[in-house]
Design a protein around this ligand. Structure first.
Ligand code: ADP
Length: 587
């Protein structure tokens, strides 16, 4: 209520000054009026005394009689200025009185008929009001002590003062009420404005005031409405922008001029492994020279990129652009998968070229030799057979590559049904015996079909190819006298059926086990080639099984044997994303 206090103090000061002024002025006016009335009265009395003062009358007696009757001092002065009668003095004391011819009222009365003077009395010693009139026998003068009407004036003044005090108290009370009434809506408006400034946009003035303050309230009401509307529009825009930035696959990072990261989206957090809340210093970003250089250049006002940086083991394309306020924005694109794919593609082309080059060289060599005339028939037959074998090998590689690319490109979709694994295993065994008669002859082919899982939910053709590849491998890498077993088992979690092949062959060393499902990966390249492998068999198995929503696993002990198995999920479990093949090597 500071405003109310100030208003009150201002009004109180003005009112008090006015009251004091009124009291002082009215006192002076009263004194003047009293003096004038008293002067008139004394003049009438003096004229009355002058009328009584006739020749032969005893001036002293007259002065005493008139003085007693009028209750005023009456003095009679002869033309020489000598006092010949005075109501305040006895006859014998008159001779001691001064000559009065120079008294101002006497001088004025002689000259103009009436003389008035207010001065201290030489004979009585106090302040007196004298009125003298010219009489035929001299000058008649009536006087009164001013102390008498001084008392009247101060009495009147006290009355005025009391009423002024009363008026002052009443005025102050009214002023106080008025100050409160005026300041209340202003104080309310101030509170509302402060609330709005502090962000409480629901605050509104009560609009109860009238006049200019009411208009101010209405204007503030409208202003608050507009502010709230604009803010909610801004908020909606901000939310939209934030959602758009968050949904970007690209990482976005905003840095202010003080090198503080003020915003980064989820992708940027993931790529830079930055979990802390914003704002935080750019010093806490990964210490990659390219990233920091791009940031420094953008903060210095020039753009940078796209540059390639390796951050936290990922290949990132970094583009930095300066912002108007001295900050910078960084866009990060994850190139890891692209670069890896490029590397895989390069390796693949190199591998395929290498795989095809060997048989082509052999074929070319034999063809040249055959072109000579002097090759004996037996050798010709041998060379022709070598050409045929290598052609067959190239055909297998090309067939496998075509299969693989068909499955990988997503052009092939499994058509799963419940398949009896025993039936498929029997067909595969028969085919293997035909295809690899030498290897299969010395190896026992058996099945271990679990009573609880005789069926697998799989595409029959795909399952046949999976088992053919696994059984072929097992037969090829199992010396004579060994056993190759096709088995099934229900998945522990009840998600599907494992179908696999176990052998008692040479086994695979731990360092190779995790890589045997890669294309063209061979544990012992020359031996595998001799054994007729393309290096693509397990890659095809993996892709076929993953197309079913399943996964592959391998376990092996060198010299004891290998187990490779595939999980075919039951219907309804297909949504599971393909997982990387897991390999376990029991110690
Ligand atoms: P390949 O056609 O050469 O057999 P795969 O992709 O089928 O190619 O197998 C990859 C490599 O894994 C083979 O070269 C071989 O070294 C190894 N391998 C696969 N199965 C077995 C197994 N049952 N016993 C031992 N090694 C195996």
């Amino acid at each position: 209520m500071r405003l109310a206090r100030r208003l009150f103090a201002g009004y109180a000061l003005v009112i008090t000054v006015l009251v004091i002024l009124v009291v002082v002025l009215s006192g002076q006016r009263l004194a003047r009026q009293l003096l004038a009335r008293e002067t008139d009265q004394l003049a009438r009395e003096a004229r009355f005394v002058a009328a009584q003062w006739v020749p032969g009358a005893d001036a002293d007696v007259l002065a005493h009689t008139a003085g007693a009757a009028l209750d005023h001092r009456v003095t009679l002065i002869d033309p020489t200025g000598r006092v010949i009668g005075d109501s305040d003095f006895q006859a014998d004391a008159l001779a001691q009185l001064e000559n009065h011819s120079t008294r101002p009222e006497v001088v004025a009365a002689r000259r103009a008929g009436t003389g008035v003077a207010k001065r201290p009395s030489v004979s009585r010693g106090d302040s007196e009001l004298y009125v003298a009139v010219r009489a035929p026998l001299g000058v008649a003068r009536v006087s009164v002590s001013t102390a008498a009407f001084g008392a009247i004036v101060s009495g009147e003044r006290i009355d005025v003062l009391w009423s002024a005090l009363l008026a002052l108290v009443a005025a102050l009370g009214l002023t106080f009420a008025f100050a409160r009434a005026v300041s209340r809506p202003i104080v309310e408006l101030r509170d509302v404005a402060q609330g709005l400034a502090a962000g409480d946009l629901a605050r509104r003035p009560s609009l109860s005031a009238s006049g200019e303050i009411g208009d101010l309230g209405t204007a503030m009401h409208r202003m608050a409405e507009q502010l709230a509307g604009r803010l909610s529009e801004l908020q909606a825009e901000q939310d939209l922008l934030a959602a758009a930035i968050e949904s970007l696959h690209e990482g976005l990072l905003a840095v202010n001029a003080h090198r503080q990261v003020v915003r980064l989206n989820e992708s940027a957090r993931r790529l830079l492994r930055a979990a802390r809340p914003v704002p935080f210093s750019t010093d806490l970003l990964p210490r990659d020279a390219v990233l920091r250089e791009a940031l420094s250049r953008a903060l210095a006002g020039e753009g940078a990129g796209p540059l390639e940086a390796t951050v936290e083991g990922r290949t990132l394309s970094v583009t930095a652009r300066p912002l108007g306020d001295g900050g910078a924005v960084l866009a990060l694109l994850d190139l890891t998968a692209t670069r890896r794919l490029e590397a895989v593609r390069r390796d693949f082309v190199a591998n395929v070229s290498h795989e095809l080059k060997t048989p082509l060289t052999v074929i070319g060599g034999f063809a040249e030799t055959l072109a000579a005339d002097d090759v004996p028939l037996a050798q010709r037959m041998q060379f022709a057979e070598a050409i045929r074998t290598n052609t067959e090998r190239m055909r297998r590689i090309v067939d496998d590559l075509l299969d693989l690319s068909r499955i990988e490109s997503g052009g092939w979709r499994p058509n799963p049904v419940m398949v009896n694994v025993q039936t498929v295993a029997d067909e595969v065994f028969a085919a293997t015996r035909r295809a690899l008669p030498e290897n299969a002859a010395g190896v026992r082919l058996a099945t271990d079909i679990g009573a609880r899982a005789p069926l697998a939910y799989a595409d029959p053709t795909a399952l046949r190819q999976v088992l053919t590849n696994l059984v072929d491998n097992a037969v090829r890498y199992t010396p004579a006298g060994g056993t190759v077993t096709v088995f099934t088992a229900p998945d522990g979690d009840g998600h599907g059926t494992w179908v696999g092949v176990r052998d008692s062959g040479i086994g695979i060393a731990t360092e190779h086990l995790s890589r045997i499902f890669e294309r063209f990966y061979r544990v012992d390249p020359s031996r595998a080639r001799d054994a007729g492998g393309t290096g693509l068999g397990l890659a095809i198995v993996r892709h076929l099984v993953e197309a079913h929503g399943g996964r592959v696993e391998a376990e092996s002990i060198v010299g004891r044997g290998t187990m490779v198995r595939a999980l075919f999920p039951t219907a309804g479990e297909r949504a599971a994303p393909p997982a990387a093949p897991s390999t376990v090597t029991p110690s």
